[in-house]
Write a protein that binds this ligand. Structure first.
Ligand code: TUI
Length: 317
């Protein structure tokens, strides 16, 4: 079951599960584990320099011969060089986040790269399909990190219903129920970030993982809306500071200054009060750190069980 999805054929993967290309955490360890388990791992280049990305591509290739992707963050200071590198290195699949990659699509298509931009609106999804996107990842505001304004529940059917290319659902998904819901909404598969942070292979600091395990349904908050870059994180001392500054009408420069360097402080160094702990609303559902293979197998088994059980809703007669 679930082995005839177009997205699996497009990406040459076994299961319709993509690992979100998280900055700092989408490293060779996690990416190769996801791809080796039959999903699509994604290197998260974030705002990392080109040499870091080159090394991660090399290390990923040493650990897997399965397909994997690179996520390019549109706000990266190394955007142009990172794009050049992924074309040179013949990375077959790219995802984009945090902005509109429209101007790069024609060149990437010509280079034979499959492109799957992350979108948070139907308008951008349609524009990018017209420009040659092979699929889109429709990400709802439940997700961690940089967020749009529409929920996954509302966004996915509208994106899927307006596009010919496959849509992948992201934001608020961490188990088989989420996968089945995504398929019901017209998506071809799911992208998960927070669920994969709580894997054995993810290099996130153990204290960050533990904060996700301790989270409940209301543990996250969005800050940064006044700067035009709203970001969802686990609530902590840093988000209280952000909220207070925003209420006091602080300038963009002040807010950006407060945010500088805080992501690695939180997720890599484990400073859970002063650092930025980007995570999605589904954190409250995650209660266990598991190997990547178990995460993927459990999601698939649960999804298949639900699809079977749903036969009971068929009308009689
Ligand atoms: O990109 C993400 N999530 C992110 S990016 C990010 S930034 C960062 N900050 C510090 C260090 C490292 C990285 C953190 N989390 N998700 C994908 C996503 N993209 N969600 C929403 C969008 C998006 C937003 C606007 C896509 C396109 C877009 O275009 C606006 C336009 O120009 O139409």
């Amino acid at each position: 079951m679930l082995n005839n999805l177009a997205i699996c054929e497009l990406l040459h993967i076994d299961y319709p599960i993509i690992q979100g290309g998280m900055a700092w955490l989408g490293t060779a360890e996690l990416v190769s584990a996801v791809s080796n388990a039959g999903g699509l791992g994604t290197i998260g280049s974030g705002d990392a320099p080109t040499e870091w990305l080159r090394e991660q591509i090399k290390q990923t290739r040493e650990r897997t011969d399965r397909p994997f992707a690179v996520n390019i963050m549109m706000m990266s200071p190394f955007l142009a060089d990172n794009l050049k590198l992924v074309v040179e290195e013949k990375v077959g699949i790219l995802t984009f986040g945090g902005g509109n990659p429209g101007v790069y699509l024609a060149g990437l298509k010509e280079a034979g790269v499959k492109v799957m931009p992350v979108v948070s609106s139907v308008a951008l999804a349609r524009r990018l399909e017209r420009l040659g996107a092979d699929a889109v990842i429709a990400e709802g505001m439940e997700s961690g990190g940089h967020v749009g304004e529409t929920t996954t529940m509302a966004l996915v059917p509208q994106v899927a219903g307006n596009l010919k290319v496959p849509a992948i659902a992201a934001g608020g998904i961490a188990d088989g129920r989420g996968l089945v819901a995504a398929l019901a909404l017209g998506a071809q598969g799911v992208q998960m970030g927070t669920r994969f942070i709580c894997s054995e292979e993810c290099i996130a600091h153990p204290r960050f993982k533990e904060q996700i395990l301790q989270a409940n349904d209301r543990a996250t908050i969005v800050t940064g809306a006044p700067t035009g870059h709203p970001v969802r994180c686990l609530e902590n001392k840093l988000t209280y500071k952000f909220t207070a500054l925003e209420k006091a009408g602080a300038s963009n420069e002040e807010l950006e200054e407060l945010g500088r360097g805080k992501l690695s402080l939180g997720i890599m160094q484990g400073n859970i009060e002063e650092g930025s702990l980007m995570a999605g609303q589904i954190a409250g559902l995650i209660k266990e750190i598991k190997p990547v293979r178990a995460i993927i197998q459990d999601v698939m088994a649960e999804a298949e069980q639900i699809i079977d059980a749903m036969g009971k809703y068929k009308a009689k007669g």
